[in-house]
Design a protein around this ligand. Structure first.
Ligand code: MOS
Length: 749
């Protein structure tokens, strides 16, 4: 093979070439099915805990049963003496709380210090899983509990990081002098990411001291560094494999305790070790979303134009954690208002690590802002869509930066038309027996991010292409879209492109997080293919501008060759390197949309049923209509959970997670999810990525819960400010509405 060519692009200016519009295979945007689909359906896709090398031993984590303190003793001797037990591992290198992902996210270590109930403090390894589990669950542990454990948010230590505060103009004066205003506080519960595949790692070391870890992770380029850091070895000595990941939603962004524990044990025992978390471990020992309390102060002039926007929030985190839920992400740019205040307070609590969960910031943040906007529309006497449209800013209201593509108004209008918004009635006016029916709307917005990404593309002798990167597919459709991009660029049908992911021996992709995967790693694949195309031109002796590649042939002028002929016995390989650049400062970039929900509220029981939902989105170029739609539906169903059922309950005595399984932690199931319609508006964003796409994976959850909350109000006149809207809260509201004479009792009709 000839030397690999490297094609770099740093996004310091918009790429207006629109390369994907100049090619002719016709794969982009099409609802191409997932190449990985058959393997997943047939059960042959290999998830982390499923491939066990010969001689693998089984590890089970020992977890703390106090909220804070020191481990005084572990009865390792008795555990080791139990049948089948091979070893007990404890020590400073265990992860105290999971890393958060990202280059600067060093894991927090030290098993002897307990920071929350359920924290891993040791590992028991046995010949069988049952041997290890029995010893781990019966091992004697004594503690020196700290007397200042803090599991109560009201009394916990508070911090206000400067970087997350803003005070512009005079919000108090604006509120006092405004024609209309609302001052309301919303609360949301802690949530679990609850991926289908529990975290699992299989570690094995070779004679040269190289660790291979088969794990379930989202961002291998960072996970490799984190794991090497936790073990105190060089990054080059770690290889991570994660070809299939059964969902992550943020909980697999950073290295988790089971990977470190498996690696330590495998090294000491000189044999492979698997550590698979149980469902309970995932709930207690990985990452949760913080609960929030958000005071919203919004005020307008007589025409409903915002003059002030205040968003003061409280979240919780473990002591010392650097991440905290960035609730005001969209508040900075979504609506106008010259007087602005953003407050951010962190309560330090000894509870499971709070980290990134799908759309960190926007998901709970927009639940509050978009419900508050609905309240504001009512006091202004405006339709909630009209209020939003009047308040779309001309430029970023805090620093004047121009916007990138933004079809927010268009999404709201298109959605109103499709959903039949004009038929919406006043609260309490639409009834079917004891069910009250209502409609709600909310904006969707998610900051568009990109990340450094590399990928290698090889055109092979048989006229097929191979794409290699350590990028992951966490259920998002990465295999499909990278197949499409390479096929499109090289003129190959999808079945002549092979995409291999999830191996740190390959060039580092962006990883899957922050909805940046498609735009970043997709860009790297596009760049690599551009370089391959140039090599094809050189070999054919034609100008790049004259080249057409389609159905396995390269054509230019009167020359036409099959790719097998072009390649001969010398494959063409190139690596694409994509880097975000200064365009992220030159434009405010986000994906947008509009959520619509229709709910039925039972007047007797307070039960809420979502009847139908619609999401209209604009997210730059839609690479694959099927996988994009699927991402949006998934996100919107998260909104149902956020609005109606999900609540990770912590015991007020010791902070332990009470509902630590999928029976008691209520994610929406099929019967909770109504028909969901998705529509995309056409848009190309040149400032974010050379493939003109924007993030979509997290967009669906941003605002969908608020549309449901607003629909509940429209159905029965009950404003839920304390999510989730469980039947007890809704019913209490209905009873007060009835007593105040604002809602007629269903029986009279
Ligand atoms: Mo996401 S919460 O960045 O996986």
């Amino acid at each position: 093979m000839s030397e690999t060519i490297i094609r770099k692009m740093q996004m310091d200016e918009p790429d207006e070439r629109r390369v994907l519009d100049l090619t002719s295979q016709g794969l982009i945007g099409r609802p191409v099915t997932r190449p990985d689909g058959p393997a997943k359906v047939a059960g042959t896709a290999s998830y982390a805990g499923e491939i066990l090398p010969e001689g693998t031993a089984f590890g089970v984590l020992v977890r703390a049963t106090i909220a804070k303190g020191k481990v005084a003793s572990l009865d390792e001797a008795s555990a080791t003496a139990m049948p089948g037990v091979l070893g007990v591992f404890t020590g400073e290198r265990f992860l105290r709380n999971p890393a958060q992902g990202g280059a600067d996210a060093a894991p927090v270590q030290g098993a002897s210090e307990v920071a929350y109930f359920g924290q891993p403090i040791g590992l028991v390894v046995g010949e069988t899983y049952e041997d290890a589990r029995h010893a781990a669950y019966t091992m004697g542990v004594t503690y020196e509990p700290a007397d200042d454990a803090s599991v109560d948010l009201d009394t916990a230590k508070s911090e206000r990081p400067d970087a997350k505060q803003l005070d512009q103009g005079d919000l108090d004066a604006a509120m006092a002098g405004a024609a209309h205003g609302v001052d309301v506080t919303y609360t949301t519960t802690p949530d679990s990411s609850a991926p289908m595949e529990p975290h699992a790692s299989v570690a094995s070391w070779d004679e040269e001291g190289v660790l291979t870890l088969r794990g379930s992770y989202q961002m291998l380029r960072h996970n490799r560094i984190e794991l090497a850091d936790a073990l105190g070895i060089e990054t080059e000595k770690v290889r991570i494999l994660a070809p299939f990941v059964g969902g992550g939603f943020g909980s697999k962004l950073g290295i988790a305790p089971e990977a470190v524990a498996a690696s330590i044990a495998a090294k000491a025992l000189k044999r492979p070790v698997v550590v698979a978390m149980t469902r309970q471990h995932v709930f207690e020992g990985t990452i949760r979303r913080s609960e929030t309390s958000q005071r919203m102060r919004l005020c307008t002039d007589a025409d409903g134009r915002l003059t002030g926007f205040g968003h003061d929030s409280k979240v919780s985190n473990l002591p010392g954690e650097s991440f905290s839920e960035p609730l005001a992400m969209t508040t900075h740019f979504l609506y106008r208002g010259e007087n602005r205040r953003i407050g951010h307070e962190i309560r330090r609590v000894n509870r499971t690590c709070a980290g990134s969960v799908r759309a960190p910031g926007e998901a709970p943040g927009m639940l509050a802002t978009e419900c508050a906007m609905d309240e504001l529309a009512e006091v202004c006497g405006l339709d909630p869509i009209e209020l939003r449209k009047r308040n779309i800013p001309d430029q970023q209201p805090e620093n004047g930066t121009p916007y990138g593509t933004r079809l927010l108004a268009e999404c709201l209008e298109e959605g109103a038309h499709r959903f039949g918004w004009a038929d919406r009635k006043a609260p309490g006016e639409r009834r079917e027996g004891e069910w009250l029916i209502g409609m709600g709307v909310a904006s969707a917005a998610r900051t568009n991010m990109t990340a450094p990404a590399s990928a290698r593309v090889t055109l092979r002798a048989d006229g097929t292409a191979l794409v290699e990167t350590d990028m992951t597919d966490i259920g998002t459709g990465t295999y499909a879209i990278l197949t499409q991009i390479a096929g499109e660029m090289l003129g190959l049908p999808a079945d002549r492109v092979e995409v291999t992911l999830g191996d740190t021996d390959f060039p580092p992709g962006s990883g899957s997080g922050g909805s940046w995967g498609a735009s970043s790693t997709g860009a790297a694949v596009m760049l690599a293919c551009e370089a391959v195309r140039e090599q094809v031109c050189l070999r054919m002796g034609v100008e790049p501008s004259a080249l057409t590649m389609r159905d396995g042939e390269a054509m230019a002028g009167n020359t036409r060759r099959t790719l097998e002929e072009v390649v001969g016995d010398e494959p063409v390989a190139a690596t694409g390197d994509f880097e975000p650049g200064s365009t992220t400062e030159q434009r405010v970039m986000a994906s947008y949309g509009a959520h619509f929900a229709e709910v039925a509220v039972n007047q007797t029981t307070g039960e809420v049923r979502v009847r139908r939902m619609l999401g209209v989105f604009s997210a730059g170029r839609i690479l694959n209509e099927r996988t994009a739609r699927s991402q949006c539906i998934g996100g919107m169903i998260w909104g149902i959970g956020e609005a109606l059922t999900e609540d990770l309950v912590h015991d007020p005595r010791d902070g332990h997670v009470v509902n630590r399984d999928l029976a008691e932690y209520h994610v929406p199931v099929n019967l909770d999810a109504p028909p969901i319609e998705i529509a995309f508006l056409e848009e190309l964003e040149d400032w974010g990525s050379p493939i003109q796409s924007k993030g979509i994976g997290e967009l669906g959850i941003c605002g969908s819960g608020a549309a449901i909350g607003n629909a509940i109000y429209n159905a029965c006149g009950v404003r839920i400010r304390d999510f989730p809207a469980t039947p007890d809260k809704v019913l209490a509201g209905i009873i007060s509405e009835e007593e105040a004479g604002r809602l007629s009792s269903g029986q009279e009709k």
